[in-house]
Each structure stands twice: as structure tokens, then as C-alpha cells.
Design a binder for this molecule. Structure first.
Ligand code: BMA
Length: 330
């Protein structure tokens, strides 16, 4: 293999070989969706959710829309990262003094192990949508930290390690509604509290209409010998509303504001019934990936139609070759 993942072996991640005859660099799990309508008593739909390995098993922070349609975050555990025990109640955030620090809505979490703690970023309510940041070491106490960026903003994604001595955060400045624009930016911090040196990373547009209206970072970037592999969603506007697909980019290892390659065509677009029919039709929205550095296997977790949680697979070497050979940087 010429392009490899820099990281630990994790042979227990979900995996299925590519179906015979499939020409795509990303393929779906045959057992999709792994979470369907009304998966737990308090949630009508669980989607756009984040998972990580933890002590030989898996844990996750899940976007669960309750029956009042309000988005909240729930914690869950799994032995195999496919069958999840979630809930029963939303995560209770506290402040530095252990006092309740609730938020009125929370959605689209990402979850990353960074040094000695797990950090959650999500779309938080800061008098309108902005990036939330939380920390836990035991998945029992969840500290809600100061919001890293001003409203309005969504799709906050932390890198899994410091680069050049700084923590790095991708985000997508937006409006307070169903934003009809959006590019990916990067911000730096010495301490996860004070953020600055904001820079543009990549914009919507190009040849691919699937990413013509807006784009947003997806899962936590994967460190590879070719650069940071970042799945991102791209949105096109149609006469029937927005359509969410996803592609991937490769960012420079030492300066991830530099885009080396990005997909001209989508890697996955809504095709299956659970992606095209649901609460919001025609959405695939990746928020997490699990990787095995030994085999180069990647399991991508994505929300489908704002209703279900689904999984897709890719093999890092093949995927990076595909991205390099079908790239467009603009
Ligand atoms: C975005 C976010 C996502 C959602 C998508 C499609 O603005 O709200 O949570 O999946 O719209 O509805």
C-alpha cells in the first residue's frame, strides 16, 4: 500500500468487503440503516451522530430528535459499533463548578479523543446556532466549555492532535436558518478557549453541482501519509429543496488550511430509500469515521434523510488514489 493511515490498529471496526462489480470508492453497509425510526422511547430519529473506540469497545454521542422535534444529544455504548445501547435521557451538561449548564438545542455532534480527554463539538444554541465544545473523561460528567466561535456557525470539527503547537478547529460560518451559502474555515487555539488566526480552507462551487451551494466538514480528519483525509458534505439546491451528498479532501499535514486534492464528483449521494425518504428527504450527512491503521479500513457513519443512522466503507489506499485521480482544487 502506498497511502497508509497514521494511527493504531483497530481490527474490531465494522467492515464488509466491496460488493463484486461495485466501481465506487465508497460502498454502503448491507445492514443499513443501523438505527431506524423511533429507536428509543425518547427519540423519534437518531442521525448525524459520532462514535469513537473506547477501552476495547465503542461509545458515541448521538443526535436524537425528540417527539417535540427538538434536537438533543444522547450518549450510547456498543460492543461492535453497529448495535447501540442509547440513552435513556439526554446528556446533562455542567459548568466548571459542576452546576447544570443546559443548552436549548444541540445537533450534529463530532467526537474526538484529544490528549487525555474526549471532546465533543456540535451545533449549540448561542442566541442562534454556533459551535459548542464539551469535554468528558468518563462519559458520565460532560463539561460544556465556552463556545469557541461567534454565531452563526455550524459543523465544528476538531483535529485529533495539535499541529504546530496549536489546536485546530474547522467550521462553517452560516446564518441562523437553512443557510444557502457556506465555505469551510480553520481556526487555531493554544488552549481550546481562545481561538483566532481564522483562515479560509475551501469553498463551495467548482465543476460539481453537488457541492455548488455550500459545503461543511464531516468527521474528524484522518491522518494519512498523503495528508489529512477529510470527508465533507456538499449541498446542491434543486426545485424540490436541498440535496446533501458527500465527498472528501486531502489537506496538508503540517498546514491543513492548504487543500491538496478534493473530489470533483461526490463519493456518496442519496440513492437508497432510507436516504431519499424520511423527515428531510435526500440527505447523507457524515459525522464520524472509525479507522484501522493496520488494514487501512475506514467505516464512515452518516445520517440519512435526517431520520436514520447508516454506515459506509472505504479502503484508504484505494480512496486516496481515487481522490488524487479525480480531483479539482478551486
Ligand atoms: C443542516 C443541518 C443538518 C441536517 C441538514 C439537512 O442544516 O441541520 O443537521 O442534516 O441541514 O436537513
Amino acid at each position: 500500500m502506498s497511502n497508509v493511515i497514521i494511527g493504531k490498529p483497530l481490527p474490531a471496526i465494522p467492515w464488509e468487503d466491496k460488493p463484486k462489480g461495485c466501481l465506487d470508492a465508497v460502498w454502503r453497509y448491507s445492514g443499513n440503516p443501523i438505527l431506524d425510526w423511533n429507536p428509543i422511547p425518547r427519540a423519534a430519529r437518531i442521525f448525524n451522530s459520532a462514535v469513537v473506540p473506547c477501552e476495547g469497545k465503542f461509545v458515541g454521542v448521538f443526535r436524537a430528535d425528540q417527539r417535540n422535534s427538538r434536537a438533543t444529544l444522547f450518549f450510547g455504548r456498543s460492543e461492535d459499533a453497529l448495535r447501540w445501547q442509547i440513552g435513556p435521557d439526554p446528556i446533562d451538561w455542567v459548568d466548571e463548578n459542576g452546576r447544570p449548564n443546559p443548552t436549548s438545542f444541540s445537533y450534529d455532534p463530532r467526537l474526538v479523543k484529544l490528549e487525555d480527554a474526549y471532546y465533543i463539538t456540535w451545533c449549540d444554541d448561542m442566541h442562534g446556532p454556533s459551535i459548542g465544545l464539551g469535554r468528558t473523561t468518563d462519559f458520565k460528567t460532560f463539561l460544556r466549555m465556552p463556545n469557541p466561535l461567534m454565531p452563526y456557525n455550524r459543523n465544528g470539527v476538531l483535529f485529533p492532535r495539535k499541529i504546530g503547537g496549536r489546536y485546530l478547529l474547522l467550521s462553517r460560518p452560516s446564518d441562523g436558518g437553512h443557510t444557502p451559502f457556506g465555505d469551510i474555515y480553520i481556526s487555531e487555539s493554544p488552549d481550546l478557549i481562545y481561538w483566532g488566526r481564522h483562515r479560509h480552507v475551501m469553498g463551495s462551487g467548482g465543476q460539481g453541482w453537488w457541492q455548488g451551494m455550500k459545503i461543511g466538514a464531516g468527521p474528524v480528519p484522518i491522518e494519512t501519509t498523503a495528508g489529512w483525509l477529510l470527508f465533507y458534505h456538499g449541498v446542491s439546491n434543486t426545485c424540490n429543496g436541498y440535496v446533501y451528498s458527500f465527498g472528501a479532501a486531502i489537506l496538508d499535514l503540517d498546514d491543513p488550511a492548504r487543500v491538496l486534492y478534493r473530489t470533483r464528483d461526490y463519493l456518496l449521494t442519496p440513492e437508497k430509500p432510507y436516504e431519499t425518504v424520511g423527515f428531510v428527504p435526500n440527505v447523507v450527512f457524515p459525522c464520524a469515521n472509525l479507522v484501522d491503521a493496520e488494514t487501512g479500513r475506514i467505516a464512515i457513519y452518516y445520517g440519512a434523510a435526517d431520520t436514520c443512522t447508516a454506515v459506509a466503507f472505504a479502503q484508504v489506499d484505494e480512496l486516496i488514489d481515487y481522490i488524487k485521480n479525480n480531483s479539482e482544487v478551486f
